[in-house]
Every structure is written in structure tokens, then in C-alpha cells.
Design a protein around this ligand. Structure first.
Ligand code: KDG
Length: 316
């Protein structure tokens, strides 16, 4: 049995090794991106088992994606190699350290051809949790239908659904995003929005006000991410400030949200309460931003427990 199943598009990311405008970049690193596979990788780093449903092109980049994700220990048995479309990618530009611009080359990609026919209900039914991100719904109607099928299947089998809206303004409008998210939310247990995403859903307000309004949309738990300030954990009963462990300086902020989600879910799967799970998520996010790449900075569970003295129940 898998601990977590996720679905969505994984991409290649090419990042210049020096900051500055992309037009002057000469040397690039190549790595794996995509919110869903990032979360799956975090889950495996935390010593748990994750599986990913998606499509890659029958090309060199697709082969690289598959071998890297599989190499991280993620189950890729449900990934389809699509001969009809190329693997998507994006270029990352760091105008100055910590300030990142993203340029997608993913229109018509294999990953964006995911559809409900690719979602095997038994794969989800045999796992302990489902993670979905709003990015998949932004890729097209069939992708959104695949996510809807996944969350409905999970709900039918009492499998908790974790949802990060992951708003991408280059992929769709805020109005279109809100409409899709409102369809998903009644099937979700835990919502992991940023302040901006919370505002898209329920308008502006204090963390307390936004969290209370978000809880009325369906989830039993809301983890409101306010960036460097930290995270608010809202359940029906209370709103608690989780805080933000400050460590080194930020090299690359992309991937922090996925590290938080993956850490939170790993905590829940390991039997931690919501607050301890959120602390684990915040800690992993602080590692993620210290290295170039979405998941490269994230330690293994063994390294984490050796290096950091967490609350005693993290060691279970
Ligand atoms: O969350 C990090 C992701 O944004 C990145 O890896 C790429 O999934 C991605 C996207 O579509 O922006």
C-alpha cells in the first residue's frame, strides 16, 4: 500500500547557474519540477511511499523525468509515456538571488494531456492519502476532470485529500481558478493556501477571518501560509500560529510550498498532530529554499532527526 498518491504534470526546469537576465545566461542546470512530484519526493525523503499519476513525452526529457522521479523512490507504474506530445519544461530566471521569474514551455505538453481515463480508482483506493494541486486544473478541462475523479474516489474511500491551490497567474485567471477550486473544495480535507490564494477564494481579511471563511467551504483544516511570517493552523476549534523556523539565507524560493505540504502530510501520516505536522512542514520549507532546485535542499528523515532536535514524537 502507498502512503500517498498524487497526479499532475512534472516538468523539466533549466536554471542558469548565475543570477541575471536570462538573455545573458550561458550555463544552466537541469532538474525536475512540478508541485505534485515535488510533494511525492518529499514524502519518500521522509521514509514513506508515494506514487505519481502523470504523462511524459516519449523523448529524452521524458526519460530523464521518469528515471529521476523513480530514482527518488516514487512509484511511477501509473505514468503514461505519450508518443503524441513532448515533455513540458520551464526556464527559471533569477534576476537577483531569491527573486525568481518563470517562463513556461508546456502548452500542448504530454503532461497537460492527462485525463480521467488515466486515473485508476483502485490505485487511489489503496493509498493512505491523496495530494492534488490547483496547477493540474489550470492545464485544461480534461486535467481538471482527472483531478475531480481522483478527489471523488478518495472521498468515497475515506482517504484524506490534501489540496494546495498553487495559483499560477501565467496559466489562468483568478476567476477561472476560483471556479475550479470551489468544485474541488467540498471533496478536500486539508486546504493549504497562501494568503494570495485565500484572498482569491474568500476576499481579504486577517488570517483569522480568512481561515474561518475558508473552513466554511468544506475542508476540516486550513493551513494558511503567510510567507516569511509563518503558517496559521485553523481547525473548527481554534487558530494557532505555527511560526517559521529561520535558518540560512534564501537561495531559491521555488518549492518551499511543496516542501511545506509534503512535510505536513508526512507528519500526519506518521501520526503527528496538526501543529507538529505543520512544524515539520515549515522546517522542510526552510531547508528547501537554501538550495537551488525544488527539492534538492530537503534532507532525508534520518538526516533530519540526527541534525535537529524536534519534539520527541517526531521520532516515532
Ligand atoms: O511548486 C513548485 C512548482 O511551481 C514548480 O516546480 C513548477 O509545478 C510547477 C508549476 O507549474 O509552476
Amino acid at each position: 500500500m502507498l502512503d500517498l498518491v498524487t497526479l499532475g504534470e512534472s516538468l523539466l526546469v533549466f536554471s542558469p547557474i548565475q543570477p541575471g537576465p536570462l538573455r545573458y545566461a550561458v550555463l544552466f542546470t537541469k532538474s525536475v519540477a512540478g508541485a505534485e512530484t515535488n510533494v511525492a519526493v518529499v514524502i519518500t525523503r521522509m521514509g514513506l511511499r508515494a506514487g505519481w499519476i502523470g504523462r511524459v513525452g516519449d523523448d529524452e526529457l521524458g526519460r530523464y523525468l521518469l528515471s529521476s522521479i523513480r530514482g527518488e523512490g516514487v512509484d511511477t507504474s501509473r505514468v503514461i509515456v505519450d508518443p503524441e506530445a513532448p515533455t513540458g519544461l520551464y526556464l527559471k530566471e533569477a534576476r537577483r538571488p531569491g527573486e525568481v521569474h518563470i517562463y513556461y514551455y508546456r502548452k500542448g505538453s504530454a503532461g497537460s494531456r492527462l485525463g480521467p481515463q488515466d486515473v485508476d480508482p483502485s490505485y487511489i483506493a489503496n493509498s493512505r492519502a491523496l495530494y492534488v494541486s490547483g496547477i493540474t486544473s489550470a492545464l485544461g478541462e480534461q486535467c481538471h476532470a482527472a483531478v475531480m475523479k481522483a478527489v471523488q474516489t478518495a472521498q468515497e474511500h475515506n482517504i484524506p485529500v490534501y489540496f494546495d491551490p498553487n495559483y499560477r497567474s501565467k496559466l489562468w485567471s483568478a476567476d477561472a481558478a476560483r471556479r475550479a477550486w470551489l468544485q474541488l473544495l467540498p471533496h478536500c480535507d486539508v486546504l493549504l493556501p497562501s494568503t494570495e490564494e485565500a484572498q482569491i477564494l474568500v476576499g481579504a481579511g486577517s488570517p483569522e477571518e480568512m481561515a474561518q471563511r475558508l473552513l466554511r467551504l468544506g475542508p476540516r483544516l486550513v493551513l494558511l501560509k503567510t510567507g516569511e511570517e509563518g503558517v496559521w493552523d485553523a481547525s473548527d476549534a481554534s487558530l494557532r500560529f505555527v511560526g517559521s523556523p529561520r535558518r540560512g539565507h534564501v537561495v531559491d524560493p521555488v518549492g518551499a510550498g511543496d516542501a511545506f505540504s509534503g512535510g505536513f502530510i508526512a507528519g500526519q501520516l506518521r501520526g503527528l498532530d496538526a501543529l507538529e505536522s505543520a512544524r515539520l512542514g515549515a522546517l522542510l520549507a526552510s531547508y528547501a529554499v537554501e538550495a537551488l532546485g525544488d527539492t534538492q535542499g530537503i534532507p532525508t528523515y534520518k538526516e533530519l532527526t540526527e541534525e535537529v532536535r524536534l519534539a520527541s514524537d517526531v521520532h516515532r
